[in-house]
Each structure stands twice: as structure tokens, then as C-alpha cells.
Design a protein around this ligand. Sequence first.
Ligand code: FE2
Length: 300
Amino acid sequence: MKVAFIGDVHGCVLHALGVALMVQHRRGISLDAVVQVGDLGAYPSADRFDGPSRRFIADSPAQGDFFRLLDPPPELAAAVRGALEQLPPVLFVAGNHEDHEWLDGLHQAAGTQVVAVDPLGAFSHVACGNVIEIAGLRTAFLGLIEAPGKMDFDEAGYARLASAPPGSVDLLVTHEGPFGMSHNRQGEVQGSPKLTRLIERLQPPLHISGHVHHENGPRYYGRTVSYALAQLVGTKTARYHPGGNPEQRVADGSVGLLDTETHEFEYLHDAWLAEVCGDEVDLAGIVAMAAAERSQERPQ
Ligand SMILES: [Fe+2]
């Protein structure tokens, strides 16, 4: 089976759906699952944004696409429905830039550990500390980061995973990365010692993360191979994103592909990633192109 992983989305949800369709279309495969590693940008409205999200959206308006998904005009709703006829819903773990209270409220209202966050069911949040089966893999989810305050790991969720038997998880999905993986622009070491301890205890064969906004891996921790994904769509100006991204193109290394039979994980660097672009992604166009291709492939 094939699983696609998507890096930090920061509100660019139409880029995320578009690139998942393109992975299928250009690689000639069907995805059995799509997993997003947090910082989806899941806020119910812009007035709930944190400070950085407010600054980013002023620079890159596509970061407001999550709000369009929450109240989609008819054409967008049709495009998203068309995408979901070809794709499984995207499962995501919380990053540090989400409305965590809102997400908690959705779980409480639904009474489930996996809950759709938009009316069309394109994106579903998995609560921290849960292990669910995805494409035959026992997949553990741990959101947020190691930081004092409200962005810190969910204590109960962390404890639940830390007490799971070693070898009981095939895939660990987190937003945060392991300690020492890289340095930020200020020269500070990035990553979480607490996450490294969890990886070393659980020893999942595969760990996938985001948060640092650049491709980072493979890194090895005992029998675990760890990969971090780049940000899906870098901001327009170089102030927040090296080199800038004025055309709002999907970035190299922001999508990963796992073959569960061969256990091979691959960062995608294909030139067509950049075709998913713009302040307003043409999701309907990508859906139509991918659907036409699929209908040609089907026997008459
Ligand atoms: Fe992020």
C-alpha cells in the first residue's frame, strides 16, 4: 500500500489536496492514506490566529484557504468533493500553530479520537497519544512540540505512548522532531529530547515529522529511521522562507511517499510538485485532469 505524507500546511489546504491528487496522477498510483504532520493551520476563524499566523497570512493569502474550506462556496465544495472521490481524507496531528481548544472541542462534541474538522470531511484530526491502523500500519500520533506553555506535548497523550510496549507501533507521526536534528537561524539546536526518548523506547521502524520546515533525514535512532518534511508552501518573501516563494509553489521535500510492502520511504523532488501553485490553487482543474486520466485507465 502507498501512504503520502505532507509537511506543514499553514492553511494552504487546497495545495495539500492538489498535491495529493498529483502524486496519484503523476506516479500512476492510488494512495491508501494521506497523513499530514501538523501546522495544518486549523483555526475556526482568523480572529483565533496566533501572532505568527497573522503575520504569515498577510504575506501569503493562500494561508487563509482553511477558512474557505470551513464555509466553501459551491464551486469549491464541488472541487473538494471531486478530490475526495479520488483520495482518502487527510489525517493530521496538531502542530504548534492550530487552535488547540477548538480541536479539543470538536473531539469532545464527537466523542471520538479522530474527528473531521471541515464540513466536507477532507481533513480529520487525530488526538494526541492515539494509535490507529493506517494502511496496515499501527500508527501513533503525537502532536505539538516540547515547549513550556500551551504548545507543549499533551502530557496524557505522551504518557500513553511512552507506556506502550516497545515494538507495538510501526509508524510514529509527530509534529516535533528529535533533538539535535538541525539548528535554527539563531544557531540554536532544534528538536526535542523528550521525543528522542519516546522514539528510543517505542522503536518504531519509521518516524515522520515536520515543524522545522526543511527536509531532514534519514536520521537513525536504534532501529528507527526518522524523516522530517519541508513546509508545503513557503511564504512569498524571504523574510520567513529562504529565497522566498512568490508563485506559492509546493516545495521540494515537502511530500513523502511510503510503500508499505517494500518499507521504502522517498522524499518527492519531482518537478511537477511546483505545478501546484498560486494564491488561488485551481483545485477543480487538477481534479478534472486526474479524473480524466483515471477514467482512461479504467477498462471499458
Ligand atoms: Fe510550521
